[in-house]
Design a protein around this ligand. Structure first.
Ligand code: NAI
Length: 470
């Protein structure tokens, strides 16, 4: 056997790529996974989902200790934060999980090739690293190279004053003034981290509200809550550039097509640009082998994740669709299963969305605006966490659950949760929708008392106007 000949080569060891590699190995393929970074795990693990969640947890504990422990009769004098210890803890989590993936690769006999891959031919890759260059061949190649932060004209990243999420999870001290451009998931999550740790956070957003893709009612609740937590917002504007005033950096912003005399500015020690991410398809030499990309640089695939070139596949952030780790994972597994003659499938209608603020926002399925746009008539059931015993005991009784059910069939079309542990609660809604549940099904399912998931049962009862506890 030629050591450089594989059944499948996966480019990228993020949540899409590493999971696909493992599934392929389980199905008996000889697999190589190529990763340019020294750590496995991709953006999600190195500089994205995981480090941000570690810091969200630490910073929320600080807020709890500072503002809420007293209510429980627990007094904490001389409370202080040690950013360096917080970062060390975060780095240890990354290290543990990255080592875990290395272990899984060994267990599954996946060859981890360190280096940057580019196509030499449709079934041949060159892998370059500081150690040199080698060539591997694979009957099939799966591209899972993810995405990179988008840079704004007038605000190029310098890694110090104008940063992306990559650096916002690793600041050495709390900036006095943090300006966040973009009120998407990254802006709100990382804005929350630094706001909790003491920064004055100002968010500049193009759209008239936070989280353009979320249900409007939930987005409004989120905005109100974050304002109460001390964050400031300017909507309907674009960040235009930087200026220096009295040795102080200022971010200039105003209506996107408005004249300069309508512009305002806000001071910043650090500017976090979080206006979205773009597919990382450059440098792969795709043109050479004929893999097509769309106008936004995303690799074009069909329903089997096949690109325009036979035996080359792509999944995750580098193709169209929501840029979510779990979407990439599902696609990776389905693509590999189809390659192996199995029935891989992704139900894009039941992909959950989560924003890990406090409280968290999570949803699955359609928003009210999407249902109205499609002229689908629906019934709404809502239940507030304030009427849930467990939430009150936890001192986390903010927010609500909203269920949208088809007016004719009662089938659940969308579930929106703004409240404690929404990221976990949404799983019940996902399973229910995956099984085509009606709101009546959820309403008649026995839920433990007292527990947070009772809010889902009550919201389901509310669809039919028979909620018990409100
Ligand atoms: P995003 O696309 O979610 O949000 C970007 C925001 O920036 C939008 O609200 C947009 O209107 C605004 N914007 C764009 N240009 C602007 C300008 N010139 N001035 C002011 N505002 C502007 O992108 P984000 O937050 O950077 O996240 C990137 C990707 O990563 C997204 O697909 C997101 O879903 C994903 N992600 C998901 C997380 C989660 O699920 N918890 C966490 C972090 C990221």
């Amino acid at each position: 056997m030629n050591v450089n000949q594989y059944d499948l080569a996966v480019i990228g060891a993020g949540p899409g790529g590493y999971v696909a590699a493992i599934r392929a190995a389980q199905l008996g393929l000889r697999v190589a996974c190529i990763e340019k970074e020294s750590r496995l795990g991709g953006t999600c693990l190195r500089v994205g989902c995981i480090p941000s969640k570690a810091l969200l947890e630490s910073s929320e504990k600080f807020v709890q200790a500072k503002e809420h422990f007293g209510d429980h009769g627990i007094h904490t004098e001389n409370l202080r934060i040690d950013i360096s210890a917080m970062m060390t803890r975060k780095n240890q989590i990354i290290e543990t999980l990255a080592n875990g993936i290395s272990g899984l690769f060994k267990k599954n006999k996946i060859d981890h090739a360190h280096g940057t891959a580019s196509f030499l031919a449709p079934n041949q890759l060159q892998i370059s690293s500081s150690a040199g260059t080698r060539t591997i061949s694979a009957s099939r190649i799966l591209i899972a190279t993810g995405s990179v932060p988008i840079e704004l004209p007038g605000l190029p990243f310098d890694g110090k004053r104008v940063i992306s999420s990559d650096q916002a999870i690793a600041l050495e001290k709390v900036p006095q003034q943090l300006v966040v451009i973009g009120a998407g998931a990254i802006g709100l999550e990382l804005g929350s981290v630094w706001s909790r740790l003491g920064s004055q956070v100002t968010v500049l957003e193009l759209f008239p509200a936070v989280l353009p893709g979320a249900d409007e009612e939930m987005a409004r609740q989120m905005e109100r809550t974050l304002r109460d937590q001390g964050m400031k917002f300017h909507f309907g504007i674009t960040a235009k550039g930087l200026k220096e005033e009295k040795k102080r950096l200022q971010v200039v912003f105003g209506p996107s097509d408005g004249p300069a005399d309508k512009d305002s500015s806000t001071p910043a020690d650090v500017v976090l640009v979080a206006v979205g991410r773009r597919a990382a398809a450059q440098g792969l030499n795709l043109e050479k082998v004929g893999v097509n990309c769309d106008s936004r640089g995303r690799i074009v695939v069909n329903h089997k994740w096949e690109t325009s070139v036979p035996n080359i596949y792509a999944i995750g952030d580098v193709i169209a669709g929501p840029m979510l780790a779990h979407k990439a994972e599902e696609e990776g597994i389905a693509a590999v299963e189809l390659i192996c003659g199995k029935a891989g499938h992704v139900n894009y209608d039941t992909i959950p969305y989560v924003v890990y603020t406090a409280p968290e926002l999570a949803w699955v399925g359609k928003t009210e605006a999407q249902l109205k746009e499609k002229s689908i008539s629906y019934r709404t059931g809502k239940f507030r966490f304030a009427a849930n015993a467990r939430a009150l005991c936890m001192d986390e009784a903010q927010g609500l659950v909203k269920i949208l059910a088809d007016a004719r069939t009662d089938r659940v079309l969308g579930v929106h949760i703004f409240g404690p542990q929404a990221s976990s609660l949404i799983a019940e809604a996902g399973v229910a929708m995956e099984f085509g549940a009606s709101s009546e099904d959820i309403a008649r399912t026995c839920h433990a008392h007292p527990s947070l998931p009772e809010t889902l049962k009550e919201a389901a009862l509310a669809v039919d106007g028979r909620t018990i506890n409100s």
